[in-house]
Write a protein that binds this ligand. Structure first.
Ligand code: SIN
Length: 485
């Protein structure tokens, strides 16, 4: 058990129902970004441990796939209840390893539970089709079946809910899974192992391996027993994994980077837009792939928006996520701080005006001041690159057509937001934006009931909604002849 007594700080791999160290005994330290202190260690595993986890998942698949949807749904309901019963302890671990505020961590854990419940319900609705046959003496049946062993690689920014979106549909569909959680935030991932055991999910159905990304990822992508890879992370790594999976032709789901525009038209409800802007930019200190990267504000209200938005940004309380009232925790590490500083320096050099923030926070470490930059220009680096930090560049635009073009001028297509009170404009803009998620007069839109996923280089496939289970299923066409009809 970890020093602070939180039982979810589990410092071992879970392979075939056994909690194990790396074969070499090597470990990696896990650091709390708020204090820079070591929370604990995790196994530094590689190819061999991953191959054993895949073998265990393949063996468990033989019986797990034969369980009824109802049996799986019942275990998943138990899992949902256990997550909620342990919400505080799970949120504490999440904040300790990731840095986000306790309120956000509790919300994330609740969202994890909600995904499990949603997929417990969807398990019973994996319908196939009976199709009118072109032959008088044959019938056509289309069935859905689990793809087999799934591998999941998850990021550090949502270490609990990103796994819920993957473990949920895997369990529901009858697949088994091998998980590699992010090295910076592994305990929220390993906690899933404990919870699944307690929910009565059989050994080998959920396996978790920590350690070297290249070795674990290399084995996952190479191993022909893995039939699907689901990844959330950067576009750069997503492309690499897609190349690596080509050799064994796996299904892939990719939740990749974003460059979200947030557009405020002259006719918008300004207070509502400011509240939405805070939510869409500063959630998890700007470290989500749906966080606004570029604010576009129409010329007539540009100055008023900057003023009100800055006032709201200056109210944000920065601190240790475990402390009451904290809204902005530290960034994940010093590399993230340096990246944010580079974006700010580049903007200042090219004429950007820092209205508030702009530097490391007085708290030290990886704390950073929430920042607003006015007079943002297309030539600045954040026009094209994902900031992933608490920096809000604000561009000025004049017309609807102009802003749709500016907003779409990126290889990404994950989330976008716009504010208007004109119904016709709402439809024109919504239809003009090439993004997988659109918030109209809303800055926070993720929910289990709706499909989450990007267009263009932001990814492939959907998570959540009824669509989220499709990638875990193979479709089989059965032609029934010789029926004596
Ligand atoms: C993200 O993937 O970064 C955002 C997740 C969410 O909005 O649920």
């Amino acid at each position: 058990m970890a020093e602070n007594g939180n039982r979810f700080i589990k410092q071992a791999n879970l392979i075939d129902g056994q909690w194990l160290a790396a074969d070499s005994g090597a470990t990696i330290d896990v650091i709390n970004p708020a204090s820079n202190k070591i929370i604990g260690t995790i196994p530094k595993s590689g190819k061999a441990e991953t191959a054993r986890a895949i073998d265990a998942a393949a063996a468990a698949f033989k019986s797990w796939r034969k369980t009824t949807a109802n049996e799986r749904a019942q275990k998943m309901r138990k899992l949902h209840d256990l997550i909620l019963a342990n919400q505080d302890a799970l949120a504490e671990v999440l904040t300790m390893e990731q840095g986000k505020s306790l309120a956000e961590s509790k919300g994330e854990v609740a969202s994890s539970a909600a995904y499990i419940l949603w997929y417990a319900e969807e398990a019973r609705r994996m319908y196939g089709d009976i199709v009118p046959s072109p032959w008088a003496d044959r019938r056509i049946m289309v069935t859905k079946e689990p793809v087999g062993v799934v591998a999941a690689i998850t990021p550090w920014n949502f270490p609990s809910s990103m796994l819920a979106r993957k473990i949920g549909p895997a369990l529901a569909s009858g697949c088994t899974i091998v998980v590699k959680p992010a090295t910076q935030t592994p305990y929220s991932g390993l906690a899933w192992g404990l919870l699944c055991e307690e929910a009565g999910i059989p050994a080998g159905v959920v396996n978790i391996v920590t350690g070297s990304a290249s070795e674990i990822g290399g084995e996952i992508t190479r191993n022909a027993l893995v039939r699907k890879l689901t990844f959330t992370g950067s576009t750069e790594i997503g492309k690499l994994l897609m190349k690596q999976t080509a050799g064994t032709v796996k299904k892939v789901s990719m939740e990749l980077g974003g460059n979200a525009p947030f557009i405020v038209f002259d006719d918008a409800d300004l207070d509502r837009a400011v509240a939405g802007a805070i939510a869409a930019k500063f959630r998890n200190s700007g470290q989500t792939c749906v966080c606004t990267n570029r604010f576009f504000v129409q010329s007539k209200i540009y100055n008023r928006f900057i003023e009100k938005f800055t006032e709201a940004v200056e109210q944000l309380k920065v601190g240790n996520g475990l402390e009451d009232g904290t809204q902005q925790g530290p960034l994940i590490d010093m590399k993230a701080v340096e990246k944010v500083e580079e974006f700010i320096a580049d903007a200042e050099k090219k004429g950007g005006r820092i209205v508030t923030g702009g530097k490391r926070h007085a708290l030290g470490g990886s704390y950073f001041e929430p920042t607003v930059i006015a007079d943002a220009k297309p030539r600045m680096r954040f026009t094209k690159e994902e900031i992933f930090g608490p920096v809000a560049p604000v561009y000025k635009f004049r017309s609807e057509d102009e802003v749709i073009e500016l907003a779409n001028n990126t290889e990404y297509g994950l989330a976008c937001y716009f504010y208007t009170q004109d119904l016709g404009r709402a439809f024109r803009v919504m239809e003009g934006l090439k993004y997988g998620l659109v918030g109209v007069n809303e800055g926070l839109i993720s929910t289990v009931e709706a499909p989450f996923g990007g267009m263009k280089e932001s990814g492939l496939g959907k998570e959540g909604g009824h669509q989220g289970i499709e990638d875990y299923l193979d479709t089989k066409y059965v032609c029934l002849g010789g029926l004596g009809l």
